[in-house]
Design a protein around this ligand. Structure first.
Ligand SMILES: NC(=O)c1ccc[n+]([C@@H]2O[C@H](COP(=O)([O-])OP(=O)(O)OC[C@H]3O[C@@H](n4cnc5c(N)ncnc54)[C@H](OP(=O)(O)O)[C@@H]3O)[C@@H](O)[C@H]2O)c1
Length: 222
């Protein structure tokens, strides 16, 4: 079991924390407003959770989740994640995040852009393509016939193995989508983005196996 340090404790961060605790991991939650604002969430999550600053959460994490809006990247505690595996849930939405030239021009993928803000971290793109309610409800134990899969992209094989192991522990299989430069295949608007897990109206979601995810990744065009 691992300690997961979470920077961002909103819809996706809170959901990953729930699944991680249910799987026996410990979580350290953080947000922009400070630990005092996370009392209710930590009370709901229970004993294996605590609240901290973003830097403390990252330091405590054997594996770190960054789940904040893209516009928050300059404020991330970069020095605390050097050498760590960082799971990146982020999606770039210009209306929410402001225009980012390197992303608008497609010079960088969303996760390469995060990596620029976290030099020395092993960034793995994961969780960005699934609605948080589907993420909560589609978790299944290893071997279940209706287990769902998530694409992961990253440059470091060991980091991707660590993320695959973490995913497996919380109820998901992983499909390797290649290096971070290929992360565009799972960004917003691509075939693997949200659609394989069903409509948002059905909160239970639709299981998506490895072949469904592989086909959707292959069908992406830039
Ligand atoms: N919602 C989904 O279903 C979903 C699915 C896949 C991917 N995503 C992506 O994942 C990312 C997070 O989405 P979300 O829906 O979870 O957003 P959210 O519910 O708005 O939560 C964002 C979290 O980030 C925190 N935060 C903001 N700036 C921060 C900073 N400088 N340092 C530390 N924490 C900071 C916020 O804390 P405060 O509240 O204190 O500001 C909040 O806890 C986005 O890029 C989103 O596109 C979302």
């Amino acid at each position: 079991m691992a300690t997961v340090g979470l920077i961002g404790s909103g819809m996706i961060g809170g959901t990953v924390a729930r699944l991680a605790i249910d799987a026996g991991h410990e979580v350290v939650m953080s947000n922009s407003r400070g630990p005092d604002s996370l009392g209710d969430l930590v009370a709901q999550l229970g004993l294996r959770s605590r609240a901290a600053t973003a830097a403390e959460a990252a330091e405590a994490g054997e594996i770190v989740l960054v789940s904040v809006p893209v516009k928050a990247y300059p404020a991330l505690p970069a020095a605390t994640v050097i050498g760590k595996v960082v799971m990146d849930t982020g999606n770039y939405y210009p209306k929410r995040d402001g225009m980012v030239a390197a992303l608008d021009s497609k010079a960088l993928t969303d996760s390469e852009y995060l990596e620029r803000h976290l030099p020395g971290a092993q960034v793995v793109k994961v969780f960005n393509n699934i609605f948080f309610k589907h993420l909560l409800n589609l978790a299944r134990p290893a071997g279940a016939p209706d287990r769902s899969f998530l694409p992961i992209a990253g440059d470091d094989e060991e980091a991707k193995r660590a993320v695959s192991d973490f995913l497996s522990s919380i109820g998901y299989g992983a499909v390797d989508a290649g290096p971070l430069a290929e992360g565009w295949r799972q960004q917003s608007g691509t075939p693997v983005y949200a659609t394989p897990y069903g409509s948002f109206e059905n909160e239970k979601g639709t299981p998506a196996d490895a072949d469904v995810i592989r086909s959707a990744l292959a069908a992406a065009t830039r």
